[in-house]
Design a protein around this ligand. Sequence first.
Ligand SMILES: NC(=O)c1ccc[n+]([C@@H]2O[C@H](COP(=O)([O-])OP(=O)(O)OC[C@H]3O[C@@H](n4cnc5c(N)ncnc54)[C@H](O)[C@@H]3O)[C@@H](O)[C@H]2O)c1
Length: 448
Amino acid sequence: MTHEPGIITPYTRRSFLRRSVGALGAAAIAGALDPAKFAHGAATSEELKIALVGCGGRGSGAVLDAMSTLNQGPLKLVAVADVFEDRLKGAVNNFKTKHPKSVDVPQDRQFLGFDAYKQAISAADVVILTTPPGFRPMMFEEAVRQGKHVFMEKPVATDAAGIRQVLAAAAEAKKKGLKVGVGLQRHHSKGYQETIKRLQDGAIGDLVSMRAYWNGATPWVNPRAKLETKAGRKLTEMEYQMRNWYYFTWICGDHICEQHIHNLDVINWAKGFKYPVRAQGLGGAEVRVGMDYGEIFDHHAVEFEYEDGARCFSYCRHIVGCWNSVSEHAQGTKGTSEIGRNVITPKDGEAWRYRGGERNAYEQEHSDLYDAIRNNKDYNEAENGAMSTMTAILGRMATYSGQMVEMEKALKSEISIFPKNLAWDAEMPVKPGADGNYPRAIPGKTKV
Ligand SMILES: NC(=O)c1ccc[n+]([C@@H]2O[C@H](COP(=O)([O-])OP(=O)(O)OC[C@H]3O[C@@H](n4cnc5c(N)ncnc54)[C@H](O)[C@@H]3O)[C@@H](O)[C@H]2O)c1
């Protein structure tokens, strides 16, 4: 299970390619469950069928987190989809070992390829979407179209067009009574919930200045040379970028989007689910450079402005050997809060700290989703997931361009960074130069 730092663990503390499902064929659709089946909640005893799309680290973790809710009612993993067979097989074997009774994924429900998600979705009641984020909008849209409940990881898109697609599908999901969870698990941590409730109730007055950090190490990297040696052949550009996805903006969103979204989302939440109206910032790639590191930056510093004039100062850095922090802080007119440590310090009055118990938030978010499905409670985290993702995208637009960027305008951006065609030999939106290095955004020149 891949867990990110900065979250309390137990007891310690686009479719640009709007394709129809036509290729699926009537037989697969007929096998799909009736979307109205759970309109009034699924009985506790009723088995919910799950499909996993994106069988990597988080996907494997999310399936196990879902299985931690077996005390709430039976579940069965019935289908999986991935683009790479090695990832798919590894995950299936892992599930079979850990939950032999709750896994039923025969060969004919193991789907491979760029369209595999449609088939996996059709076999389930609940779908887990854990591919890299560039694919999320088209997959979420398809899941909602097919009438399925969804757990999808953050971020939910990598550009404004994807955000618009997710917002539209979120509205459709509401109409259909579908339940949607988004992997911003801090919302399911008791410590965060209690702290933010107090902040929203005015424990430190109006929040006027906030700070959000994801300063940490560099994540994994898959150098082309290593991948090609392992494969025994040259990789196509699409294949390489998919294997080394963290370093390409169309699929990852840059690390401000892929990781720092968690902290920006906490600030939006503390502001009462309000989102910044504009942002300006600076960033670049200072240390993490060279052909293996694609096009993303290794640091961003952004000043976000909210409608009431409050500012959030956001910093995210992937450089080894520097001061690290993954945290959120707020300064109010009447005190301060270290939100991530669940501490509130009013100017007048006693400091407060959450000292209650804490269930692993990764499990709790699934528990809350299945409770909503089984008891037909309103549950739709997609809109906030989209707007917090857009907050991070706005920050990236500011650092890539070096301009002050307005949220309203950014949301309407028609600049697409997604490949026009999803195929192993597709023309890619970003390609290496003659020296093997990828071009990066140049503040002052790059248009967003
Ligand atoms: N909430 C959290 O704390 C948390 C933690 C880790 C990762 N995540 C998120 O989970 C997502 C996945 O991250 P990961 O670390 O598991 O990555 P990963 O590379 O381990 O897994 C991604 C999987 O998706 C597959 N895939 C890629 N494109 C696909 C497509 N078009 N169709 C089907 N399968 C496809 C890949 O082959 C791979 O198996 C990311 O959005 C990441 O931000 C969230």
